[in-house]
Design a protein around this ligand. Structure first.
Ligand code: FES
Length: 151
């Protein structure tokens, strides 16, 4: 076991965990940040997506020892001062979520996309979101919400 001081959502959080613990479990089990979801555990479904220095990454395959001083953002840290981001507001406007399980990961991937491409084409959306699976097939609404947020 080792104690890590992690920069998460604008604060510093201490976690005492094994060095190879995936960030998904550091967030959920050690820190109680339950918004990041476990889907497959092998980097294939996108449910566990977080940001590392603004880039979308799969937290289920990201060992805590590799995070270092990087800024981690989870779905809990996306809204600023209690205000939904335009992306989150668009998600609500389009009623994107159905069962909702994958949606935190979807939004984190979409947020990273909009940071890199503020006005993405459909092809850029499809490429950026291809690794985020939704068993309710909300893909059309996800695309609409991203376009609304980008407008
Ligand atoms: Fe991490 Fe599926 S739980 S990609």
């Amino acid at each position: 076991m080792k104690t890590y001081e992690l920069k998460i959502n604008g604060g510093v959080h201490k976690a005492e965990v094994e060095e190879d613990t995936p960030m998904l479990w550091v967030l959920r089990d050690a820190l109680g940040l339950m918004g990041t979801k476990f889907g497959c555990g092998v980097g294939q479904c996108g449910a566990c997506t977080i940001h590392l220095n603004g880039q979308a990454v799969r937290s289920c395959t990201l060992p805590v020892e590799s995070v270092g001083n990087a800024e981690v953002t989870t779905i809990e840290g996306l809204a600023e001062e209690g205000e939904l981001t335009p992306l989150q507001a668009a998600w609500c406007e389009h009623d994107v979520a159905q069962c909702g399980y994958c949606q935190a990961g979807q939004i984190m991937s979409a947020a990273a996309l909009l940071k890199a491409h503020p006005h993405p084409e459909d092809s850029q959306i499809d490429e950026a979101m291809a690794g985020n699976f939704c068993r309710c097939a909300t893909y059309a609404r996800i695309r609409e919400a991203i376009h609304t947020a980008a407008a």
